[in-house]
Design a protein around this ligand. Sequence first.
Ligand SMILES: O=C(O)c1ccccc1N[C@@H]1O[C@H](COP(=O)(O)O)[C@@H](O)[C@H]1O
Length: 244
Amino acid sequence: MSARHPGPPAAGGPGTLLKACGAVSAREVAAAAAGGADCVGLWHGIPGGRAELAEHTARGLAAEARSHGVEPVLVTFGDDPAALAAAADRTGVRWVQLHAYQLPRVVGGLRERAPGAVPVKVLHVDGGGRCLELRLADAYARAGTEMFLLDTATADGRVGSTGQALDAVGVLRIADRLPRPFLLAGGVTAARRADYDRVVEHPMFAGVDVDTGARGGDGELSETAVTELSRAWRTGRGRRKERS
Ligand SMILES: O=C(O)c1ccccc1N[C@@H]1O[C@H](COP(=O)(O)O)[C@@H](O)[C@H]1O
């Protein structure tokens, strides 16, 4: 994990990780950094993805992120451990977010080939709070997963940037069974912070990962939006519910 965040932060406090996802330009990386993001997601290996980056672009933006003191995270659907390790090496990115339905052996294979990699495994949660991959959580941890990320899977099978929020009760039920800290994703906004008081207080809560809610009216990652997220999620304990 990054030097700034060696372990799970105190619940809802200033140590809460904030990851802004899907940067495609140095300007977006700088905006996320200026807003207070700790991590920025760079898509590589998401065929057809609107924020998919060529390897050399991901490498450049990773260096840009680091120059701002922000940890770059490679976000990928890839499931070939050798290719993932090579991509991490060539882009110079340590954190690898496996955003598809990769099995524990993919995590293990990545760690074998790239011992310095920090695998983040996404667990997909449906509208009823069900998470099919939950039964694999211990196996993911044994394979070397350092952090989980809970994200929405829609009824029609869409994953990633759904903009749809997870139900807090379902999140808590899953969090109780996780052997590693987790980031919350799925339609995260500043206003929705008030719905997650108990989630933020959970000992395994590490922070939030935001794509849609970190963007301005022009669709780009925005310093203002990230600043609002940072204020809400890092200091927002017990706030009254805001109107969205
Ligand atoms: O946005 C996508 O289509 C996507 C594709 C593949 C992997 C991840 C993707 N998006 C990620 O989904 C979460 C939550 O996004 P949101 O805040 O609900 O919009 C985030 O990690 C996005 O980068």
